[in-house]
Write a protein that binds this ligand. Structure first.
Ligand SMILES: Cc1cc2nc3c(=O)[nH]c(=O)nc-3n(C[C@H](O)[C@H](O)[C@H](O)COP(=O)(O)O)c2cc1C
Length: 176
């Protein structure tokens, strides 16, 4: 069996994608890394929606505070992203363009507010080269407009945990 050294990177504003990242870590081990920008992001939801749209339209790549100095040592990389305007937050693209994914196994996951993964998985595939990209997992987090920010908790977290088990089993990544 191939030996994996696992990195789990994720972007998360309100914690849903983070919870999925932590569940993955519980199941397969590895190092958890949160993608953070140098410039703090807007706290206000509407302001973030507008800033993100501008960055997407202008193809802006925000500078990252996060640096994974031993990136080359990892050969299995989970990448978690929320859906923002049906795509990835631009900071995820900043991350993808900062590293060489050649020869690595890449496994995307996503949380969304009800409209699915959108272009996020396609964008991850399109912005890295030379990687073996496995089928991703997507689950509903919460629309911030509802006032409940973190939906993946309590009973729902148990349900998501079971789904994550099934997904990892299907893509043959459990017990590695
Ligand atoms: C700026 C912004 C844009 C969003 N755009 C979408 C969208 O286009 N489609 C969707 O289903 N959810 C959208 N959402 C909801 C998030 O994808 C959802 O709440 C997700 O679970 C958040 O993950 P997090 O808690 O890890 O930050 C958006 C949220 C934000 C903050």
């Amino acid at each position: 069996m191939e030996e994996f050294k696992t990195l789990i990177v994720y972007y998360s504003r309100t914690g849903n994608t983070k919870v999925v990242a932590e569940l993955i870590q519980e199941k397969v081990g590895g190092t958890l890394v949160k993608i953070e920008t140098k410039e703090p992001r807007p706290k206000d939801y509407r302001t973030e929606v507008e800033q993100n749209e501008k960055e997407q339209d202008n193809h802006t790549l925000p500078e990252l505070k996060t640096i994974v100095s031993d990136f080359d040592e990892y050969n299995r990389i989970f990448i978690g992203t929320p859906t923002w305007n049906m795509a990835v937050p631009q900071a995820v693209l900043s991350f993808l363009e900062s590293y060489n994914f050649d020869g690595k196994t890449v496994i995307p996951f996503n949380t969304h507010g009800g409209y699915g993964e959108g272009a996020t998985f396609r964008q991850i595939s399109a912005n890295i080269s030379g990687a073996n990209i496995l089928s991703g997992y997507t689950v509903k987090g919460r629309e911030e407009t509802n006032g409940v920010l973190l939906a993946i908790k309590d009973k729902n977290k148990d349900k998501v945990s079971k789904e994550v088990d099934l997904w990892l089993e299907n893509i043959n990544q459990l017990n590695k």
